[in-house]
Design a protein around this ligand. Structure first.
Ligand code: B12
Length: 233
């Protein structure tokens, strides 16, 4: 099986909600040298996107959506130790407060960003999901954060990102923190419109963005050992 075959097989297993096959293919991906992030970004997440489309088209319903999230998490349990193994163990580069905004319970993507930042040398305070904007600010003040990172997956909860930036501005704290935004519902246009300091579409890009913002260019996640990025096929 080529790497591309493994990716396809895993993506199809995810779409079919076949937990056993997802576990098998996730292990096969690692054995086949795919790397944990490649496995997430090129196979599992695209599978989840297809699930999302099926849900939107009413081909599947909430129980299936929940099952998909559960299966994704079981694959993450296999991949997470590998991500940690590949991470850099260097001195602390900065402090980040992260969470999913008020009204939004999606955490899979936020957790991926958190793990990648942690394994890139950042101290990350994860406030979880459905987080009130003042909780973000309180936590950032408390731990002297450099960055507040806001995830939003629902169009209806995006406004929480705007509200936070406005609250920071109103409190005279806008210059104290860099605010970055991401999650399925976010676009770079939205990030510009609300005056966010940055937007990233994927976990990899989130690390590169944070490195830039705190002035620690470093390398994008996984580049340090040449294993995870740019392995071609
Ligand atoms: C799994 C899932 C769920 C699970 C969530 C499980 C969990 N605990 O996280 C459950 C079943 C609970 C769920 C519930 C609902 N969901 Co839902 N869900 C999804 C699904 C299929 C996948 C989301 C996901 O995890 N993706 C995989 C991760 C890896 O991707 P990601 O989150 O985008 O994260 C990546 C990047 O965006 C980025 N990133 C993420 N966060 C951040 C933050 C920062 C700062 C940065 C820089 C980057 C960054 O890095 C990540 C890694 O690369 C999506 C479909 C989709 N295409 O996204 C629908 C989807 C998001 N859900 C949707 C809906 C409608 C709902 C419900 C309202 C359904 C209902 N009727 O109850 C509820 C809402 C509950 C709530 N209040 O939040 C819609 C949203 C439509 C919209 N635009 O508003 C979607 C798009 C499905 C669809 N097409 O209709 N859902």
């Amino acid at each position: 099986m080529t790497k591309q075959d493994i990716r396809e097989s895993l993506r199809n297993a995810m779409v079919a909600l076949d937990e056993e096959a997802v576990t098998k293919d996730t292990n096969r991906a690692l054995e086949g040298g795919l790397g944990p992030l490649d496995t997430i970004e090129q196979a599992l997440a695209p599978g989840l996107s297809i699930i999302g489309e099926k849900f939107e088209n009413e081909e599947i319903f909430l129980p299936e959506l929940m099952k998909a999230a559960e299966i994704f998490q079981s694959a993450m349990a296999i991949l997470q130790p590998k991500i940690q193994e590949l991470g850099v163990k260097n001195q602390k580069k900065g402090t980040i407060v992260i969470g999913t905004v008020k009204g939004d319970l999606h955490y899979i993507g936020k957790n991926i960003v958190k793990i990648l930042l942690e394994t890139s040398g950042y101290e990350v305070h994860d406030l979880g999901v459905d987080v009130d904007l003042f909780k973000f600010i309180e936590a950032a003040d408390h731990c002297h954060a450099d960055i507040i990172a806001l995830s939003a997956l629902l169009t209806s909860t995006l406004i929480g990102q705007k509200d936070l930036i406005e609250a920071l501005t109103g409190m005279g704290k806008k210059e104290r923190y860099k605010v970055i935004v991401g999650g399925g519902a976010v676009t770079s246009e939205w990030a510009d419109e609300i005056g966010a300091d940055g937007y990233a579409e994927t976990g990899y890009q989130a690390v590169a963005l944070v490195n830039r913002l705190v002035g620690k260019p470093g390398e994008a996640w996984g580049n340090h050992d040449g294993k995870e990025r740019g392995d071609g096929d």
